[in-house]
Design a protein around this ligand. Structure first.
Ligand code: ATP
Ligand code: MG
Length: 398
């Protein structure tokens, strides 16, 4: 190996050390990041769809613990745990009925950098704030989603903790329970990933003549394993790698809904059209091989929309004309708040206070809520339900 090639390894080492330094700065000493979110009573009431009075009454009559007080008796707001308890006590938990099928959403596009991991993590935290039980599965060996959940895939995660032992050609695990990790969010769990998950792709490529049957077995296995786990959740979100490989195919087959993020740019539009056409061919092949693919919904979402850039508006119009109602009407706006949060290995939902101006923060969060609620509605429609009933609506109807 010549000297210049050897530099690549040095660059990687220097990079790894820097990532660990950044992570330590961003997270608590015990190498797990904490969640210091607080919700005021007005926000809690809004999230639960009830009046603040209803919460106060439950606190007064002992159904709920007394309101949290900080120094000088000042209210400090509710933690996410307290919010979840409040939902249970006041009958405002949005969980699916036991016989409703959990939503298993693949956030997929073979184009890299379209916002798959950003959408996956924000969607997970959005659902969590709304009170759903969420499982996120990082199926990408780049492990961006794992990092955004506060784990360093290089130092904190071993191959045995990823999907690998389950999907390997010589599996050492018969179900996926071993891989489920708690996250700082009480109602979000994660199956993490790291670079070694890529070994699954190698193994199958080396599988030779048997490759085809091994492949089919892997597909069925991932689906079966995820459906088994999904019993404890309302929503499972899958972040696959940006390429057509074994894992991607297995994910496409294991999901029961498909969400395709893309930016409003010509390259993203063209790649996404290619992705859809490739998906169409692959699904036809899978079906002819007796492997079923069933989706409750397929939607595209514009994931980095810059409303000040006229070219974005133009491409968005092209997207609307091409995809019609399959394109979700509300795009996710390109926001410095999202990229700044990512720098801290967080989502906007995890920020205790704005990173940029309060206005930028508020705008970004309101937009994310609106854009991601479109997906919540699709999930609820799948369960034969519309939006959770608001107290005012119930009272007005009475
Ligand atoms: N709405 C947004 N506003 C600002 N930055 C964004 C937004 N969405 C994504 N980004 C940034 O764009 C970059 C790519 O996003 P992300 O990693 O989510 O894409 P991806 O599709 O998962 O990429 P890959 O194909 O490598 O897995 C990240 O730096 C992310 O912070
Ligand atoms: Mg990604």
């Amino acid at each position: 190996m010549n000297e210049i090639v050897a530099q690549i390894g040095d660059l990687a080492d220097a990079g790894e050390k820097m990532i660990e330094r950044l992570r330590r700065k961003a997270f608590l000493p015990e190498s797990r990041k904490g969640l210091n979110l607080r919700f005021g009573i007005a926000e809690a009431a809004q999230l639960l769809g009830c009046s603040t009075n209803r919460i106060r009454m439950a606190e007064d009559d002992g159904r709920l613990p007394p309101p949290p007080a900080g120094e000088n008796g000042r209210r400090v707001g509710y933690t996410i745990e307290e919010l979840l308890n409040m939902r249970e006590v006041l009958g405002a938990a949005p969980h699916r009925a036991p016989l409703d099928v959990p939503a298993v959403i693949a956030v997929q596009n073979f184009k890299g950098g379209v916002g798959k991991s950003t959408v996956t993590t924000h969607l997970a935290h959005y659902f969590a704030v709304q009170g759903y039980r969420v499982l996120v599965v990082d199926c990408d060996s780049q492990a961006t989603t794992t990092t955004l959940f506060g784990f360093n895939p290089h130092f904190n995660i071993t191959r045995e903790e990823t999907l690998y032992p389950y999907l390997s050609i010589d599996p050492t695990q018969a179900d996926l329970l071993y891989a489920v990790k708690r996250t700082p969010w009480p109602n979000v769990d994660l199956i993490p990933s790291n670079l070694e998950l890529f070994d699954v792709e190698y193994e199958l490529a080396a599988g030779g003549a048997d490759g085809q049957s091994v492949l089919a077995a892997r597909f069925r296995k991932l689906k079966a394993g995820l459906m088994d786990l999904a019993r404890d959740y309302d929503v499972v979100i899958l972040d696959p790698p940006p390429a057509l490989g074994t894992i991607s195919l297995a994910v496409m087959q294991a999901a029961n809904a498909l969400l395709v993020p893309l930016a409003a740019t010509t390259p993203d539009f063209c790649s996404t059209v290619q992705f859809l056409s490739m998906m169409d061919q692959v699904i036809a092949q899978l079906v002819s091989a007796g492997i079923t693919v069933d989706y409750n919904f397929v939607r595209l979402i514009c994931s980095k929309f810059d409303s000040n850039d006229p070219s974005h508006a133009m491409i968005r119009t092209v997207m609307e004309q091409t995809f019609g109602p399959a394109l979700l009407p509300v795009p996710i706006l390109e926001s410095a708040e999202i990229s700044h949060a990512a720098m801290r290995m967080m989502t906007v939902y995890e920020l205790e206070k704005p990173i940029g101006t309060p206005k930028t923060h508020k705008r970004s969060k309101a937009n994310l809520d609106e854009a991601l609620s479109q997906i919540e509605q699709l999930v609820r429609q799948g369960w034969g339900r519309v939006a959770p009933a608001r107290e005012e609506d119930v009272l007005n109807a009475a």
